[in-house]
Design a protein around this ligand. Structure first.
Ligand SMILES: [Zn+2]
Length: 146
């Protein structure tokens, strides 16, 4: 019972932080959320997850996570890893994570670099950090269960 109360409080705190400290990316996320208002939504660890129409990409903007239908749990956990970056970086998130991520994912030069060198998408610092965050969270939950 105590654990559940703590979890609810943690999620409320996370939501409150995304609405204040992470406000710039939350505003961007709200616009994307409203554009996808008819798509399915759910609460996910104090964030709002939307399964959007995009078939391959996931995005995280403050309070909001957007994943594609076929993304599976890994995509959701990865995007939550970006949410954690938003909680850490606050107003710097869009500059430090958002912009480099968008360029790494979509720019012709980055796509060509990955293709020519065989570099893994998750080797880029923004993605590696998000992966580390989600792995940390998974390990923490596994420890709680054991
Ligand atoms: Zn990512």
């Amino acid at each position: 019972m105590e654990g559940k109360k703590i979890n609810v409080l943690k999620r409320i705190l996370i939501t409150a932080l995304q609405l204040t400290w992470g406000l710039p990316q939350t505003v961007v996320g709200l616009i994307v959320f409203l554009y996808n208002i008819k798509e399915p939504h759910e609460w996910y660890r104090g964030s709002i997850r939307t399964v959007w129409r995009d078939k391959t990409h996931g995005v995280s903007m403050g309070l909001f996570i957007f994943t594609c239908k076929g993304g599976g749990p890994h995509m959701t956990e990865h995007e939550y890893g970006h949410c954690m970056q938003s909680l850490i970086l606050g107003p710097l998130y869009l500059i430090v994570i958002g912009l480099p991520s968008v360029l790494w994912c979509n720019s012709r030069r980055a796509i060509q670099t990955r293709s020519v060198t065989g570099k893994n998408y998750y080797s880029f610092f923004t993605e590696k950090w998000a992966e580390k965050n989600s792995a940390w969270l998974r390990n923490r939950e596994r420890e709680k269960l054991s």
